[in-house]
Ligand binder design. Structure first.
Ligand code: PLP
Length: 428
């Protein structure tokens, strides 16, 4: 593959955009080399600025569950744009998509649309604080909820007491209200709660983690959190920005039969346009402005183009739930194929999978939390990433990311991916 034009574009971008990118992971920092500049995409493929065609397993980091430039979504956006791009007034389509989302997801009565997953999670936490009258939150090491200050926290010296900022610009004052716990470790969560009795407003988590690779919850983990929350008057927030409308119509709540108090969305709900949302029972949502005192707003929230794209996407998923089964089968097929060629080449690996999310870890131990995810061999991952790229397969440029399958992928694409992996595995 030749990346001459991408390389030139990257140099130009670096002159006027910090690091040449508008979101850090795009810069290939974790794997080395230079990012690929994409010109267009259709179905399962990306076409880059040098004319290379790549099978895409990132799909804009999750939103494009039906593939790139999916006809009904594009049509909805074009038709909407012709009527005006933003009004700053209520529109009928906002109620349409809200009603559809509420009908698809269990346990929610009302939903508020925002512009990103970060905004959704940030606002959900504010709502939880306003509802409970408490300040502290619990998040899990390795779970990502966007770049809002409260979430950019790492374990401090006494993780049980409070965290410390993991980015300059996040104040110690903010960090002291975010408590860190270990994913899949109920005893640890119980300990953090008991050290901070009556001070915790909410527990926020990715109920199926996707930001330390794909890590499904251990048996009874979600039920255990639900119980701890009920016993301690804490709200449970499922961050379903990644999993919502991807793992099932009703997301992880439906899949695992555990109710959250507040659910956040992003990615798929916007059909590839900038959308986030948070939702809950009416009793909680009524605390939100203008109905209640918890302030939250947005000039472009509920933007007609974004709502049109989201509505087209959700309608298709709602009308064709067999998409979820089909995606799961494709992911299982890929899993088996990858495992077989890696084993054949004697490459130590662990593959995690659920629904259409899958991640390959170059480690021997099961990957169940951030610590075990970090045991993966990063040098092997870098070679794997660049090897696949050279074979025309585009996976996320970090060992801590999940691959997202789309319904646009054919079994031929999956076979080509397994074949590419087989070649690369022999070089690892
Ligand atoms: N929550 C989860 C689980 C995510 O994966 C992400 C982004 O990847 C976010 C929140 C933040 O969403 P956004 O990047 O749209 O702000």
């Amino acid at each position: 593959m030749i990346y001459k034009r991408s390389s030139a574009l990257f140099k130009e971008a670096q002159k006027v955009i910090p690091g040449g990118v508008n979101s850090p992971v795009r810069a290939f920092t974790a794997v080395g080399g230079e990012p690929i500049f994409v010109e267009k995409a259709k179905g399962a493929y990306l076409y880059d600025a040098d004319g290379n065609k790549l099978i895409d397993y990132i799909n804009s980091w999750g939103p494009l569950i039906l593939g790139h430039a999916h006809e009904p979504v594009v049509k909805a956006v074009v038709e909407s744009a012709e009527k005006g791009t933003s009004f700053g007034t209520p529109t009928e389509i906002e109620t349409e998509i809200a009603s559809l989302a509420v009908s698809m997801v269990p346990n929610i009565d009302k939903i508020r649309f925002v512009n990103s997953g970060t905004e959704a999670c940030m606002s959900a936490v504010r709502l939880a604080r306003g509802f409970t009258g408490k300040d502290k939150i619990i998040k899990f090491a390795g779970c990502y909820h966007g770049h809002s200050d409260s979430f950019l926290i790492q374990a401090g010296s006494g993780a049980v007491t409070f965290g410390t900022p993991n980015s300059p610009g996040v104040t110690g004052g903010t960090a002291k209200d975010t408590l860190l716990a270990d994913f899949n470790d109920l005893n640890n969560v119980a300990e953090v709660i008991s050290e901070n009795k009556d001070e915790i407003a909410c527990i926020i988590l990715e109920p199926v983690a996707g930001n330390m690779g794909c890590i499904p919850p251990a048996k009874d983990f979600l039920e255990g959190l639900r119980k701890l929350c009920d016993e301690n008057n804490i709200l449970l927030i499922f961050d379903e920005v990644m999993t919502g409308f991807r793992l099932a119509k009703g997301g992880v709540q439906e899949l695992y039969g555990v109710d959250a108090d507040i659910v956040t969305f992003g990615k798929v709900i916007g059909g590839g346009l900038p959308v986030g949302a948070f939702a809950a029972r009416a009793e909680i949502m009524s605390h939100l402005a203008p109905e209640g005192p918890v302030y939250q707003a947005g000039t472009l929230s509920g933007n007609p183009l974004a709502m049109a794209a989201g509505l087209a996407m959700l309608s298709e998923l709602n009308n064709n739930p067999e998409i979820f089964t089909s995606l799961e089968k494709k992911t299982e097929y890929l899993h088996k194929g990858l495992a077989s060629v890696l084993t054949e080449a004697n490459v130590t690996h662990t593959i995690n999978r659920i629904g259409s999310m899958i991640s390959v870890h170059f480690s021997e131990t099961p990957v169940t939390d951030f610590k075990t995810a970090a045991l993966g061999n990063n040098d092997t991952f870098k070679k794997f990433f660049h090897g696949l790229l050279a074979e025309g397969v585009y996976i996320a440029p970090s060992a801590f990311e999940t691959w997202f399958l789309t319904e646009a992928l054919t079994y031929k694409d999956l076979d080509a991916t397994i074949e590419a992996c087989s070649k690369v595995a022999k070089t690892l």
